[in-house]
Design a protein around this ligand. Structure first.
Ligand SMILES: [Zn+2]
Length: 270
């Protein structure tokens, strides 16, 4: 019943009278759907349906990206791939990262310690390394000609770790890593005092979470803040000045990542 309707004594609306109706709020298609941003580069994405209708995938088209990359699951059974993390990524980021993601698989593959499950990854890794034209430069052999180790491009690996860090950050907090975050990657977390301190912090707080299976990828991500010149755990992300994070691939490659909001650094220095 609207304002202005004429009613009978019993309260019925007299036919043919249409009182003042409330105007319906206009809702556009865009505002109805939540805007989605790429969790890696932050670009506003073109919705998935619209993007897939167009023949060429537009750069800003929305895709789902696996964290970590799919190739780290090669050769593993279905039971390893349940509940893998996927995050919203633009087509451009998804395609760009696909070019570098094999390197981490190769690193895991060649450091295989007779693990049967990793056989396929090892096979692929060896093939990939020898298929590249620069393979002779990457191998270090001993006096008997046996390969001692393979050199990797750590810049590429670092890009990959930061990508996965951004992925788990999105998974954990349902928001993208702020633009003012300075991200530090430590690939052998055991040498420095500060690193030891953060490692102790991560050991003490939080539980391991996984994507698919903990033998493939597990991680921790914990917000922290300064309190009386001490670094303590922040209960909420909004109170934090950054996050500490551990990425553990195949329980053989452990990466420490810490992000800190840049403006907090400036404040501290003043
Ligand atoms: Zn992107």
């Amino acid at each position: 019943m609207g304002k202005g309707d004429k009613k009978t004594k019993r309260g019925k609306i007299i036919l043919g009278t249409f009182g003042v109706r409330k105007k319906r709020k206009k809702t556009s298609m865009i505002s109805k759907k939540k805007k989605r941003y790429c969790c890696y580069c932050g670009v506003l994405m073109i919705p998935k349906k619209k993007a897939s209708k167009e023949k060429k995938f537009p750069e800003k088209g929305e895709t789902d990206d696996h964290v970590p990359q799919q190739c780290l699951f090669d050769g593993y059974g279905e039971e390893y791939t349940i509940n893998r993390i996927t995050v919203p990524s633009c087509r451009k980021c998804n395609d760009e990262f696909a070019k570098i993601e094999d390197d981490l698989r190769d690193l895991i593959g060649i450091s295989n310690d007779n693990n049967y499950e990793q056989k396929k990854i090892t096979k692929k890794a060896v093939k990939a390394i020898f298929n590249k034209s620069n393979w002779t430069k990457r191998l270090y052999t001993d006096e008997n000609g046996a390969v001692r180790y393979v050199k990797f491009d750590y810049n590429k690996l670092e890009i990959n770790h930061i990508k996965n860090f951004k992925g788990i950050y999105y998974e954990e907090f349902k928001q993208i890593v702020p633009k003012n975050y300075r991200i530090n990657v430590i690939d052998k977390p055991n040498t420095h005092d500060t690193v030891n301190y953060i490692m102790a912090f991560l050991k003490k707080f939080g539980t391991w979470k996984k994507s698919g299976h903990e033998d493939i990828f597990r991680y921790k991500i914990i917000p922290y803040k300064n309190e009386n010149h001490n670094v303590v755990k922040a209960d909420r992300l909004s109170d934090s000045i950054g996050v500490f994070s551990l990425l553990d691939y195949h329980k053989s490659i452990l990466i420490l990542i810490f992000g800190i909001k840049e403006n907090k650094l400036i404040k501290k220095n003043n």
